[in-house]
Unconditional design. Structure first.
Length: 180
C-alpha cells in the first residue's frame, strides 16, 4: 500500500468520538487530543507516522498574528500534509498570552487533523453551536450561586455578554458583577 492508499483506509475507518462536554452551552465536542487518541491504533497498523507542527505567522501590519498548524502523515515512501490556521488575540479577556497561543494552537491543530482525516465538523459544536436557548422563556441569571459562577468563568474565558444573554436574561447589576 502506498501512502495515499493508507490514508484512504485510515479516513474510512477512523471514528473520533465527541468525548468532551461544554456545561455552559450544553453540547458535546471533540478536541485535538480525542482525534489523536482515536487515530493512534490505525497509525500503528499502517506503520505511518503523524507529526503536527505549528508556526506563528505575523502579518505585515504588525497587528495580526495567527498560528499555522501542519499535520503530516509519513511512511518510507512519501508524505501527505494539510495546514490550518487560527487567529491569536493576545488581549483576550481572562486569558494570558500563553493561554491565547495555546488555545489557537489547539484549534488550528484540530482543523489540520480534520482536513487530513476528513472529519466533518458541520455537526460539531464548533461549527453549529450558537449558545442559543430553544426556549423563549429564559430564566434570569442570578447575582450569585453556581449559575452565576459558571457564567462568570465563561465570560472570563471569552464568552461575551451577548452569548450569555442567549441562555439567560441578564440584569444591569449582574452584567456589572460579571465585569468585575
Amino acid at each position: 500500500m502506498n501512502i495515499h492508499e493508507k490514508l484512504v483506509d485510515i479516513q474510512g475507518r477512523l471514528k473520533a468520538p465527541k468525548n468532551q462536554f461544554n456545561s455552559f452551552g450544553k453540547y458535546k465536542y471533540r478536541n485535538c487530543e480525542d482525534i489523536l487518541e482515536a487515530v493512534k491504533p490505525l497509525l500503528v497498523e499502517h506503520k505511518v507516522v503523524l507529526t503536527i507542527s505549528d508556526e506563528v505567522i505575523h502579518l505585515g501590519n504588525g497587528l495580526s498574528i495567527y498560528i499555522e498548524s501542519t499535520a503530516q502523515l509519513k511512511d518510507l515512501d512519501g508524505s501527505i500534509e494539510v495546514t490550518a490556521q487560527a487567529g491569536i488575540d493576545p488581549n483576550k479577556k481572562g486569558m494570558d498570552v500563553a493561554q491565547c497561543f495555546g488555545s489557537s494552537s489547539s484549534y488550528a491543530r484540530k482543523y489540520a487533523l480534520n482536513g487530513l482525516f476528513l472529519i466533518d465538523d458541520t455537526k460539531d459544536a464548533d461549527a453549529t453551536n450558537d449558545h442559543s436557548s430553544k426556549d423563549n422563556d429564559l430564566d434570569w441569571l442570578p447575582e450569585s450561586g453556581v449559575k452565576f459562577e459558571n457564567a462568570k468563568k465563561a465570560f472570563k474565558n471569552g464568552v461575551t455578554i451577548s452569548d450569555i444573554r442567549k441562555k439567560y436574561k441578564v440584569s444591569k447589576k449582574v452584567e456589572q458583577l460579571l465585569n468585575t
